[in-house]
Ligand binder design. Structure first.
Ligand code: SF4
Length: 259
């Protein structure tokens, strides 16, 4: 047996699967109510109805198509596309866990709460894992081949072709800067930031241009303001200088390293 296969079996089947099984019983039913990031946005209709054709983001459309057509996507699209999007948009964790349980062929009751509420949404405040799984377009571009045929640019946070994952990632970082600053694995640059509200672009427009992003404010790109300019904080100023690409990689490494 190849070493990689043996490693996968030991880590994913014997290791992670058992970890989830025991945590399900250990945490109990109250775990479903965990919502450390105070995420209350309802799942939008296009999401619950698996209307993948209405999604313009190529990566997310592909993941939703998988769920719609096969009731399944691989673990990584679940975590870094579906879960990452839900995290950035503040979808209600329990509703999201229920959706994963109902939409996936392997969505058993004992599997989803810990994987979704804990690992994917960090709604348990770190009971299961020490850091949130959030990422922008640069990570998705590096790890997949979706961006090459997407209408968005993974490097952009503003403008008509701003990548929703990139904009959403930085807005999420800003929104939860205090929690991130308190994380023991934080980079120093997140320690002080007294900024204001941020916005993310509306990115689930149908091809006709209509925003279909449910209860979230339909912040169209034309309304978007570079949140670094709005925030007026040290972190924000740091983000806006020419070295931000390097900084983004460092932050992504912090969030994703060791997963
Ligand atoms: S550009 Fe952004 S939205 Fe488009 S495929 Fe890449 S990561 Fe996804």
């Amino acid at each position: 047996m190849p070493l990689a296969s043996a490693e996968g079996y030991v880590r994913q089947v014997l290791g992670w699967r058992e970890y989830m099984w025991h945590l399900y019983w250990h945490f109990g039913s109250g775990y479903l109510r965990r919502n450390a990031l105070r995420a209350h946005a309802p799942l939008p209709d296009w999401w619950t109805s698996l209307d993948a054709d209405a999604v313009t983001a190529a990566c997310l459309r592909s993941a939703l198509e998988g769920v719609r057509d096969r009731g399944w996507t691989h673990h990584i699209p679940r975590l870094m596309l579906l879960g990452n999007h839900a995290l950035q948009r503040g979808y209600q964790p329990r509703a999201l866990s229920d959706w994963f349980r109902e939409a996936f062929v392997d969505g058993f009751e004992w599997v989803m709460p810990t994987n979704v509420i804990g690992m994917s949404q960090h709604a348990d405040g770190g009971m299961l894992a020490t850091k949130p799984y959030a990422a922008g377009g640069a990570y998705i571009n590096r790890m997949s081949d979706h961006c090459g045929h997407c209408v968005y640019d993974p490097k952009k946070r503003l403008g008509d072709d701003a990548c929703p994952f990139t904009a959403g990632y930085w807005a999420w970082v800003h929104r939860h800067r205090e929690l991130l600053a308190a994380n023991n694995r934080r980079p120093g640059r997140w320690r002080r930031c007294g900024g204001s509200r941020t916005s993310t672009p509306c990115w689930t427009r149908s091809r006709g241009g209509r925003c279909s992003d449910g209860a979230l404010p339909p912040v169209h790109r034309a309304h978007g303001t570079h949140f670094a300019r709005r925030a007026g904080c040290r972190t924000a100023r740091w983000l806006s200088h020419t070295g931000r690409a390097v900084a983004q990689r460092a932050v992504l490494a912090y969030l994703l390293g060791g997963g």
